[in-house]
Design a protein around this ligand. Structure first.
Ligand code: HPA
Length: 267
């Protein structure tokens, strides 16, 4: 599957695009405001899955940002949609085979760290995979990567530096912390959030960790950016809703756009 999709993706990027950005919940808007060279709905890519998550459009955009070619994935695939973990692995491998070397994974997350406020941003320094899955289970294809890939620098120190520099240049407040990935779709209980805080997590979300593992396995450089859409369960005496996630995203739109452009210009 990966090869067939990759061939199609190469046709729109010309194989020269080395950076891809996966736009998470609430950050899909970023695709809208780009002067897009080419847009392809996932349905038109052979063997590519279709995204069903709210706010996830389901298209690839081949664009020029800050003078550099970038591939935007507007809509990702989550376990809670019912997808098998292999779908997530295949999508990442398609990008890799299409020539992508650098992957910026963005997402919306619940802030566990009590210093975080909604509509703030966090650079992912590391992750905890609490999904109970691993995208590399099964026969290993040695031509892609090692059987037991090292994850000690999963989130590229170089790209982290670049993102911190970009935030400083455009005066954007950027926290740093550990992202913990769960399957969802139910939000966490307050007891689970207390457990996650004890484990060392700063933000929780339903994506990113499996993509990061597949990308590291394939030798890609990974960077992760979380937008804190809400405080995690039990911190405030109020329910967490999907509407809240989308509303908070509205507020960060200009900040995220500025930060991403600066980041790309520094690559
Ligand atoms: N928990 C899990 N995933 C999320 C949250 C949350 O609080 N907010 C946005 N995605």
């Amino acid at each position: 599957m990966s090869e067939i999709s990759a061939k199609h993706i190469r046709e729109i990027t010309g194989g020269k695009t080395e950076t891809a950005i996966v736009l998470g919940s609430g950050l899909n808007f970023y695709g809208e405001q780009i002067d897009s060279a080419k847009v392809i709905p996932y349905q038109e890519i052979p063997d590519f899955p279709v995204s069903t998550a709210p706010g996830h459009k389901g298209q690839l955009i081949s664009a020029n940002i800050s003078g550099k070619p970038v591939l935007l994935m507007q809509g990702r695939f989550h376990l809670y949609e019912g997808y098998d973990v292999t779908v997530i692995t295949d999508v990442i491998r398609s990008l890799k085979l299409a020539g992508i070397k650098r992957l910026l994974l963005t997402n919306a997350s619940g802030g566990i760290n009590e210093n975080f406020r909604p509509a703030e941003l966090m650079l992912i320094t590391d992750h905890i995979n609490l999904t109970g899955r691993n995208p590399l289970i099964g026969a290993n294809d040695e031509s892609i990567g090692l059987r037991f890939p090292d994850m000690s620098k999963a989130y590229s120190p170089k790209l982290r530096e670049t993102m911190l520099q970009a935030a400083e240049n455009c005066r954007v407040k950027l926290h740093q912390g550990v992202y913990i990935g769960v399957t969802g779709p139910s939000f966490e209980t307050p007891a689970e959030i207390r457990m996650m805080r004890t484990m060392g997590a700063d933000a929780v979300g339903m994506s990113t960790v499996l993509e990061a593992i597949a990308a590291v396995h394939g030798g890609m450089e990974v960077c992760g950016l979380s937008f804190i859409s809400n405080l995690a369960a039990g911190i405030l005496d109020q329910p967490i809703t999907c509407e809240e996630v989308m509303e908070e995203a509205e507020k960060v739109k200009p900040v995220v756009a500025k930060l991403l452009e600066e980041f790309i210009s520094l690559l």
